[in-house]
Design a protein around this ligand. Sequence first.
Ligand code: BGC
Length: 767
Amino acid sequence: MNYLFNPQAKLKLFGISLLVVLTVSISCTGKKETGMVSDVEQKVENLLAQMTLEEKVGQMLNLGLPAVLPGDYWGARDTAILDTARMEIYLKKYGAGCIHNTPGYPPTKEEWYHLVKGMQDYIKNNSRLGIPIIYGIDNIHGANYVLGSTMMPNQIALAATWNPEKAYITGKITSYESRAASLPWNYNPNADVATQPLWGRIGESWGEDPYLISEMTVAYVKGSQHEGLQDSTTNAVCVKHFLGYGAGTNGKDRANAIIPENYLRQYFIPPFKEAVEAGAMSIMLSSNAVNGMPCHMNKYIITDILKGELGFQGVVVSDFSDVEFLIIAHQSAGTFREATKLAINAGLDMAMHPYNATICDTIIDLVNNGEIMMSRIDDAVRRILRLKYSLNLFDVPYTDPAGYTKFGSEEYMKENYDAAAEAITLLKNEDILPLEKNAKILITGYAANSMNVLNGAWSRTFLGLDTRFNDPSKQTILDAVKSQAGEKNVTYVEGTNYLDDINTDVAVAKARNVDYIIACLGEIPATEKPSDINELPMPEAQQELVKKLAKTGKPIIIVLVEARPRIIKDIEPLADGIIMAYLPGDEGGRAVADVIFGDINPGGKLPYTYPKYTGNALVYWHKKTDIRDPNWGFNGFYPQYQFGYGLSYTTYEYSNLTLSLDTLTGDQELKISVDVKNTGDIAGKEIVEIFIKDLFATISPDVRKLVRFDKIELNPGETKTVEFVISSKDMTYVDLSNNWIVEDGDFEVHAGGNPDSMLIKKFYYKN
Ligand code: BGC
């Protein structure tokens, strides 16, 4: 059983140093696991045999923390003290297996320790079997719910590095700092394929490409669970949201997604499959429906596909209140009893039922009436206990925060900065960037002076809007620009807030006296339903600011601090330079300023297609018929910037694209090599992208498909030959019978660093 860690690790794309780290940890883990897994299984069976139905069902309850605190569930708190009477109900009587969420503010690691210890000790002293709870939390960009932790870039920014090592390190730091707070289970990473630019949770995803998503997800899983989980610096991941969450047909959160099964298998399941193979210990279901069928009651995807075909041995957990939502949102169940029965019988192992334990009474009743089989309950509890034993929670239910000396350390801050710097993507540069450091600058805009906007949602609080929890030592873009250019050279005017003009006219007046304008535009931190929008363009007031500033004739650099790609087509021509910062986290201000002034040579590339028009928002892996234009030609794809696009302060030249074979047969490997030369005069990091294009297929082929990438460093004048290996597996697609196939015919390899100008070479494939 290799669910803890699959040694068939995909290491090829990792840097050399990471390769060494992983090789060591894989072999250690491999050795440890052989003994450990069977040991875990034995312990699980022994404990399960002693449990009553009530105790088993208690394990399936994932209750919200406020339910064991005094006061209203959603009441404001600035301290969290456990309520013994409530613990008696939920931890003793019902024996809840899991607690999740925050008290509404971000406790320090010491406060977290006392909270978790309080519950674990209570259970030890008051319950028959003393089964520890597992604490679950959304530490999605660093341990964001632990005050003082390292607030890393959001996933979409990490994706723009195209560097799985950055995902690995983020997983590692996040798990370490979570565990410093006695939090062992993280509701992350997000493996959703984000196909809808309107969707407000794009910032939490790795973007639109299934291959890039898979590579980053696997790296994050390994970074989090690196030592096989017994080590108290790891976290069990919870990969989410299974399935099709990022593809709501109307672009709204939790909306129905219409995805035929062959597409589900081709694009949406692979990142989860890779995560399972990498050892992911749990998976969260998606709150939405796919083809009208709510994921939480879809036995086919949970039991047949996930647990069956993919062989997933971990825990399937519901999203927040999602059994109830089968009634009130999906209208697919008439009563709570029916909803519970449908969800548990579909394969749900643990219900995130935040407010109370009513679901336990319901499950028990359903079992007693023969409507849920005991074997289903045993399967669920086995998975939950396996997770707890794997995490060593029975022996180490909490950990002393004092032992975690790297928490919030300089070392982690540097990793954070490096990840943010590597993410930043230069979208336009008309001979303006980098700026000289003694230039006179006006900096303005909603995103110029806010740590909250740099961090986005899930930052100390759910929506990340509270400024009280920001670290005063961190720099906004404004602070960092001042440190670079000198206080006296920098003028700051707010200009606008998110939606409204504040003092655009003052900004325009001040602009007349400077050399350059830096306009920082951005999105208000938001997630889930509060992040739903109806229109994709950047809010009007922010665009107006740029339009008015442009009238001064001064050169403008736009910095975008946003999760999803807000349309900028009207202001893009007014800017001489455009820098995409995504949601870069606590070190993002410094990273942006260092790009502006040339201390960092930007090398990030877009992990999604940046649309120019609302009515022309397509993922890059669309069909030729999707881009038929009004003249009946095929030029109807008008993105502002393509997936995989990003400039640098240097230039690269690609040449000598070579394929090892003209005709590939059966399982043969195809070796691809390409030379990349740094033709500029500064060093840079370049992402080399390899796409495959199937020229003809029964199911209309995608215009292209990413199959490999690598990141290389080149000094000025230096050339490197970059090599890749692919096989027929990389060329397969899913047919209407849901089989992965590849048909005989012509294919192309597209190689390069700019999707607009790739080198192309043809080969023939024969089964
Ligand atoms: C979100 C999940 C999250 C869960 C627990 C839900 O509303 O959709 O992504 O993990 O809450 O906080």
